[in-house]
Write a protein that binds this ligand. Sequence first.
Ligand SMILES: [Mg+2]
Length: 324
Amino acid sequence: MNFFTVFSFNCFHSFHSFHLFQLLVSTIDFRYITDVITPEEAISMLKNAQEGKEERIEHLLVKGYPSYTTQVGWMGYSDATIQELCKKYLDLGFTAFKIKVGRDVNSDMKRCMLVRKEIGYENTLMIDANQIWDVNEAIEWVKKLSEYKPLFIEEPTSPDDVLGHATIAKALRPLGIGVATGEMCCNRVLFKQFLQAGGMQYCQIDSARIGGVNEILSVYLMAKKFNVPVIPHAGGVGLCEMVQHLQMWEYTSLSKSMKMIEFVDQQHDQFVYPTIVLNAKYQAPVEPGYSTELKAEAIENYEYPNGKEWQKMFQEGIFEEIKY
Ligand SMILES: [Mg+2]
């Protein structure tokens, strides 16, 4: 049984459900977060999410879970490449697109315009600055991009600056632009503060950055309490594989609403049970586990420092092998 199925299965059986909620909640460390959420509240939130659960599971199995692509607007792409990629991902069924910004404001305006021209205003555009600005600079810069109607600005400033994010969020709210962050947040306390301060309108958990599923569940519960949608970060090897389980659980068993999961179509071939995205929808995994198992040849080729590819790069002088 996989992660998603375990939690779903739990709740098919109402006789046991209270104890199963207790069991699930008992895996979460509530220390330092009871000012926001208590175990009792968590149990009642899970109980309240039972209604319609079987229908949601059915919907998920049939329709899949929406994704967005980050592939159309990496820095350094030519206009022609951006146009080509927008067309490609539109054809693949994507309706939400994220591009990188922050190097040059005029170039960002041009790139946003280009993407909007291709995807139209009926689709969703998001922008990601990867922590490049100071707070006031972020506000001024994003204001200049506001005419392209991004849903959110991701990581506008230092990922640790809770109050800075809140200041940016407050300034951008009248423009209808939210602040998204979380991919660099490694614990529940930081998430708690972002949520309390209004510093994140979109919560971007990273399944590998936070210390395990238990801690991630606490963030999901707090985000639900603050009514902040979780749109997980998945732009990295294996992240799509892991985060799909969490997000599908969140939909079926906690928030009852679907959001989006980031999707990058790279390196899935290295996994035994790769993510499957069809028509821009993640297909619910049916295999056991958390989908993190790498193929034997992936380890053989890429394990540091003995993998074949590393050894080749050491021999070619691309990297120096460090002997411990
Ligand atoms: Mg990012």
